[in-house]
Design a protein around this ligand. Structure first.
Ligand SMILES: [Zn+2]
Length: 118
């Protein structure tokens, strides 16, 4: 469960965290960011330094839910067992073992899937 954050406070905190390192604090802002939330409207002036810091933060960002891409459907929704929630494909060593077993069963002509009576 996640608590909701105040988006304006998050942006203000980001700007405050990176601004002390701005090599050109007197330079003109490069953007004016207007933000409308349930709490009201806020406007932020963004320096080139803040924009560059956002780029660096994005480059180093990794989503905790990111477990890679499904090689079956290209989806991005693999669960903690590397099971694709979109197409059902299993990844990793277990997925490979199961896929190999299914191929062997199919090649032998047994016609039964794992778990079914032979
Ligand atoms: Zn998939």
């Amino acid at each position: 469960m996640t608590t909701s954050l105040d988006p304006a406070a998050v942006i203000a905190e980001f700007i405050d965290a990176v601004s002390p390192y701005d090599p050109q604090p007197e330079a003109s802002p490069v953007a004016l960011l207007g933000l409308r939330t349930a709490l009201g409207d806020e406007t932020f002036t963004l320096s080139d330094h803040v924009i560059r810091a956002m780029c660096r933060a994005l480059a180093s960002y990794r989503d905790p839910e990111d477990r890679g891409e499904c090689i079956g459907c290209g989806g991005r929704h693999l669960d903690e067992n590397l099971h694709c929630k979109d197409c059902g494909r299993l990844h990793g060593i277990l997925g490979q073992v199961i896929a190999d077993h299914v191929r062997r069963v199919a090649a032998s002509g047994a016609g039964s899937a794992p778990g079914e009576p032979a």
